[in-house]
Design a protein around this ligand. Sequence first.
Ligand SMILES: *Cc1c(COP(=O)(O)O)cnc(C)c1O
Length: 368
Amino acid sequence: MIPFLDLKAQYASIKSEIDTAVLGVLASAQYILGDEVAHLEEEFADYCDVKHAVAVNTGTSALHLALLAAGVGRGDEVVTVPFTFVATVSAICYTGALPVFVDVEPVTLTMDPAKLEAAITPRTKAIIPVHLYGQVADMDAIMTIAARHGIPVIEDACQAHGAEYKGHRAGSMGISGCFSFYPGKNLGACGEGGIAVTNDDAHAKTMRMLRDWGQERRYHHVAKGFNYRMDGIQGAILRVKLRHLDGWTAARRAHAAHYSSLLAGLDTVKTPVEVADRRHVYHIYAVRCRDRDGLHRVLEAEGIQSGLHYPIPVHLQKAHEDLGYRPGDFPVSEAAARTVLSLPIYPEMTAKQVEQVVAAVEQDAYVG
Ligand SMILES: *Cc1c(COP(=O)(O)O)cnc(C)c1O
């Protein structure tokens, strides 16, 4: 059996460090926020090459707070992509604003800057590109259009810890960047977690206040806030794991390169493209398939788990039918939803396991 990812293997590889960190929090009784979370914020801000990081309870909360800090609310519009995890769009809806979609471009499956300008109206208050699978969207083109209209850009970097665009870290280019620490993400907590990063002092202050009931200081609630605080135990665990992240990313990139060289000759699958000047961190290694569902079944029969990211674009989800979109509105996203298949990739995977997955994909090519 080859799993899609192996969180037990990751824990086993750093067990003593994690256990010590958790026991330290239990002894300190700093169960919510506290020193460990404050240190994580400093270290993660450094990692992203930004001034501030505000730790929260999920990546979705980070997006919600980033939007609120940008002044987004009822009656506003926020432009994003339909080919993403639904949370990007949910966060927009939480503010009362209307999500407006632009299609992705066919090679990277990230926001197509050529289609962005047409989606902007006088009500557009933010733009959220998604760094899908761990590759940064075309930020230069997106930032140029956004700047022309005076609209802030919030990066959904929930899949892109440590990814780079022309030497800039994911999350450091927009007004803010949002990350998830869901266990399966490249940097994952042992539970839920998230963080928003920014170079803007005022945005950082607003997000910090809103995550803790809108308190400016104790007992003084100056805004209608939320309970979006990070647990101390998650902060301590994430600090340990952050020290390993670059090594894990190197392993992911090595597996991706191995996959791509072995799969290069097959005409049943197309391998993902890493654009020059963009450092892909391969949260997901997704191939485009001639017969996606067929290959999915073949791998399953071989005991190889694979994933679908994502089979239904957000504009066609029942939850968002009120937006009034129809099949055919975003053809690139819809084609991607029909053809992408995510192969197993995680740092602890072996080269031999990559070769076993490839052998199963090849078998499908000869049979199918
Ligand atoms: C995981 C993810 C989120 C949400 O993060 P949570 O921590 O699960 O709330 C948002 N956007 C994208 C693109 C994601 O992959």
